[in-house]
Design a protein around this ligand. Structure first.
Ligand code: F6R
Length: 611
């Protein structure tokens, strides 16, 4: 996904811009570029591929203390030098970088061409530079930018520099995140705090419809009506160390191994009340909506990808333990479908990034329809976190690997806590909430135990390395884990995999099974254990190979499975928190053994901020 960095201050801009782009690499991109102003002249460099390629093109002595830079993830126009940002006006005196999608760009482009503008790229973004060029004839840079963005339909996070006012950067936002890092006599602008943490821990978030005029020693934010707004300076608690690999080969592996800690963080200070308070305990972020929560009759969970699978597990928990009818919807479907909801419906958005365009749009749709909107979000201060009425931060820290791992287990931990809140408001006994919370506290230690099996898992991967397809099967709480396991192996190792509920296998997918099409069964000793065993028999009878995830001490399974990975016993509703770990490791080792870039799988982006 595209990334923006900008710098204005007393230092040389290029190293800071390049460092920022490197920090944003995790978002996924296909080309990179930057422009710097020095002594009233603008120089620009672009490159297809990695930021390191761009760096090679830039001369060592490129001076200038003001600049903008961008990593592009193609939406309009293929990855190429001409489509790479920054884009310029005809006179090349206005340079812009843009994140988002301009929906009316075609119409604007035609109007601008009629006025004599010449376009160099296939992008939607380039219209912004030409629009500013039109308006700047009779206005200041800021006024020209305001007039230009008012013409845009769609989403933008945009940063602009111009020869006409060479001591300024103008940034504007609508629907694409922008953060301004406040340093000592310098400002660092970025689409995401990862590019800022190295330089300062003080940031100002720009809201939709706001525009900032930034010079070396001044920052002024207004809305599009030019009224001054005073956005507070927020303190970041993400350090640079937290954003680095910490000795692991890949971010993904580091993040898988961080899970005992990230689950502890998600639970810290939150489980005790369910063990000790027998009168309606709640969570800090939900206090303001306690009364509303008591009245809700229906829950709709909206999310995408891995966060959607967390939602499916939430559905099982909310219905079984809180007795609240729950639906889970892909946010991309919810936003365009006619859902029936009102003020007795709680719509819960689950999102690691808090910036996923579909989820954000679904939240806005739910709000318009009068539902109570809640968030389970990782990135503090992100747009979805700010747009929902209440919620809980999952506190898993920055997740850099494109494939979600630790964010998922933190989402599950949070959903369990929410089940306890909602359950206790209804029919769940204090004894039950205590039992669940006590067992939940033991999960990090159980995860540590599974992580010690990574060598064993690596051996299994070696055995199956030539496999081209996989069927992932599970039931009840572990059906969504089958889906998540299949997604993970697809993303990371490009092996085709499908997730199914075990009972559904005989209605079609079983036709695929032969000796080259193995099945992975999640088969803990829970309430549907025996049913899962019958499914295994059916695969075995057709010559299919089986890898089983089974409960420690289960001897029966050895006769049915070719390979077994044992996981510790826990309560049925909590098993997803531990059964997902071996599946993450399997996907990781398949990817690594196939020599793939596991942290940045092809075609994927970390934060999907376009529709
Ligand atoms: C899969 C993955 C994606 C995200 C999805 C939603 O490994 O990472 O499927 O889960 O794009 O992202 P968030 O949670 O940021 O809304």
């Amino acid at each position: 996904m595209c990334g923006i960095v900008g710098y204005i201050g007393k230092r040389k801009a290029v190293p800071i811009l390049i460092e920022g782009l490197n920090r944003l690499e995790y978002r996924g991109y296909d080309s990179a570029g930057l422009s710097v102003i020095n002594k009233g002249k603008i120089k620009s460099f672009k490159s297809v591929g990695r930021v390191s390629e761009l760096e090679k093109k830039i001369k060592d002595n490129l001076l200038g203390q003001i600049g903008i830079a961008h990593t592009r993830w193609a939406t309009h126009g293929k990855p190429s030098q001409k489509n790479c940002h920054p884009h310029y006006s005809c006179e090349k005196d206005i340079h812009i970088v843009h994140n988002g999608i301009i929906e009316n760009y075609d119409e604007l482009k035609k109007q601008l061409i009629k006025k004599g503008h010449q376009f160099k790229s296939d992008t939607d973004s380039e219209v912004i530079a030409h629009l500013i060029e039109e308006f700047i004839k009779k206005a200041t840079l800021k006024t020209a930018v305001v007039k230009a963005v008012k013409m845009l339909q769609g989403t933008y996070g945009v940063a602009v520099i111009s020869k006409k006012e060479p001591h300024k950067i103008i940034v504007a936002r609508n629907g694409s995140p922008l953060v301004i890092g406040v340093g000592k006599e310098e400002f660092i602008i970025a689409s995401d705090v990862s590019a800022i943490v190295r330089y300062t821990d003080e940031v100002i978030y720009l809201n939709d419809g706001e525009i900032a005029e930034i010079s070396e020693d001044n920052l002024e934010i207004t809305n599009l009506k030019r009224e001054i707004v005073n956005n507070p300076i927020k303190k970041l608690d993400w350090t640079i160390e937290k954003s680095q690999k910490g000795g692991f080969d890949h971010f993904m592996l580091k993040e898988i191994f961080e899970q005992p800690e990230s689950i502890r963080n998600a639970l810290r200070g939150r489980t005790e009340k369910f063990i000790s308070e027998d009168f309606l305990p709640t969570l800090g972020g939900l206090e303001s909506v306690t009364k509303k929560l008591r009245k809700i009759k229906k829950i709709i969970i909206i999310s995408c990808g891995t966060s959607y699978y967390a939602g499916l597990i939430g559905e099982y928990m909310f219905e079984e333990y809180a007795g609240i009818p729950t639906e889970v919807e892909y946010a991309s479907e919810f936003r365009y479908r006619k859902s029936v909801l009102d003020e007795t419906t709680a719509v819960i958005a689950i999102s690691q990034s808090g910036e996923t365009a579909d989820t954000l749009a679904a939240v806005r749709e739910a709000k318009n329809k009068g539902a109570l909107t809640l968030g389970i979000i990782n990135v503090v201060g992100s747009t979805i976190a700010r747009q929902t009425e209440a919620g809980t931060y999952t506190l898993s820290g920055p997740e850099i690997g494109v494939a979600s791992t630790k964010a998922f287990t933190s989402q599950l931990s949070t959903l369990i806590l929410w089940t306890l809140v909602l359950g206790r408001q209804r029919n769940m006994s204090f004894a039950m909430s205590k039992k669940i919370a006590q067992e939940l506290n033991k999960i990090p230690t159980k995860v540590e135990k599974i992580l010690k099996k990574s060598r064993e898992i690596k051996k299994i991967v070696k055995k199956y390395i030539t496999v081209k397809d996989f069927l992932y099967l599970g039931r009840k709480y572990n059906f969504p884990i089958a889906l998540e396991g299949a997604l993970k192996i697809k993303e990371i190792s490009y092996i085709h995999a499908e997730g199914y509920p075990t009972g559904e296998m005989k209605h079609g997918p079983i036709a695929l099974i032969d000796k080259d099409f193995p099945a992975l069964f999640i088969v803990p000793q829970d309430s549907i254990y025996e049913k899962n065993l019958s499914g295994m028999q059916e695969i075995k009878a057709r010559g299919g190979k089986i890898i089983a995830l089974a409960t420690e001490g289960d001897k029966k399974i050895i006769n049915l499975a070719d390979d077994v990975i044992y996981i510790p016993k826990t309560l049925e509703m909590l098993t997803p928190l531990i059964s997902v770990i071996p599946l993450q490791l399997l996907a990781y080792y398949f990817g690594v053994m196939k020599g793939l870039d596991v942290d940045k799988p092809r075609n994927l982006a970390k934060s999907v901020t376009v529709e």
